[in-house]
Design a protein around this ligand. Sequence first.
Ligand SMILES: Cc1ncc(COP(=O)(O)O)c(C=O)c1O
Length: 442
Amino acid sequence: MNVATSAVPNDLNAFWMPFTSNRQFKKSPRMFVAADGMYYTTSDGRQVLDGTAGLWCVNAGHKQPKIVEAVKNQIEELDYAPAFQMGHPKAFELANRLADLAPGDLNHVFYTNSGSESVETALKLAIAYHRAKGQGTRTRLIGRERGYHGVNFGGISVGGIVNNRRHFGSLLTGVDHLPHTHLPEKNAFSKGLPEHGADLADDLERIVALHGPETVAAVIVEPMAGSTGVLLPPKGYLQRLRDITRKHGILLIFDEVITAFGRLGAPFGADYFGVVPDMITTAKGLTNGIIPMGAVLVSDEIHDAFMNGPDYMIELFHGYTYSGNPMAAAAGLASLDVYKEQQLFERAAELAPYWQDALFSLKGLPHVTDIRCAGLIGAVELEPIANEPTRRAFSAFLKAYDKGSLIRTTGDIIAMSPPLIIEKHEIDQLIDTLGDVLKEID
Ligand SMILES: Cc1ncc(COP(=O)(O)O)c(C=O)c1O
């Protein structure tokens, strides 16, 4: 193996890597051994520009000193406190800070450890809320094709990624899906939100009429679908979903595991798109990716529906051993401090036009069929190689890595979401590398 042995385990076989082509990787491993700011260091001593903020999570850049310091201090002070029937101050402080940041009346926070767990929590809350309100028939959950809501059973059931569903049996019952909004024939190379497709939200009326509104608990969508290739909502689409859900007493959940914490140049996608849901699921940027943590932001109305009965009774039979873990809470507080002090959300908004121009400079290069972007997120869709789906984008990923830039691929779409601290010359570097890659791959 052509890697520095000191930094690499000598047998790669035991670790079954997630969402990875294990056999390809283990033949030719790509190992990061250090990171700082915008760059990773590989085990063979190269610097790789992080064009993806890790996995859409390291919004303030790597090894951010203030966040590292906060976690170090926390571990010296309080390593762990039981999450059930006991508390510690930072979990409450972070919840208050999140409630202040959140739009509308999303004033309550339920902690999880990941995006997938945030989704499961929100779906369970939706069903339990209706039951608490005496509407126990509302159990049906509506997701969307091409939606990604993590990998647990609820999330893959409402999610709309075929490969994430087809291997895992019958999944949750009582789930339906809206059509996706990816209309490249009408919307390709849109700058800003796509013009066409708001009417696809009206399909919700059809689904609700089919099942009866009294059976539907919630609709869950990513306000901007990230993992299936940066699919922006058509103009007016999210507002229509809001109007229809409200009309029928159905909860609207925005899965903002990617879009929360500045990715679009606003605190939440809900702010960017101007539509306030009943719950927002988060993770990733909540702690800058440093310590696993997720949070579901919940409206007053939902929270208050549970706060009845004798006060010694547990109101919600749900939670995790690590809900609000001290290290994660410390990382979350420090991340919010850094986002504010460095004005990173505003910075993402300011850089967005430069980012858009850079991405659109790739228009016309070989294989490029569409370019989409918002805030500091962008996608370049490629024409797939006939009968070999995903192969072209994967070779672009490998070549970009060899040339010193980390990008991500999903299907034949290249997705980029750099840390919000990226400088203009680094945007140029990333896009120039991608341009070279596109000219070189088959
Ligand atoms: C919208 C959305 N929901 C849920 C998840 C799952 O998060 P995790 O991998 O932390 O479980 C992701 C991860 O990318 C996501 O993008």
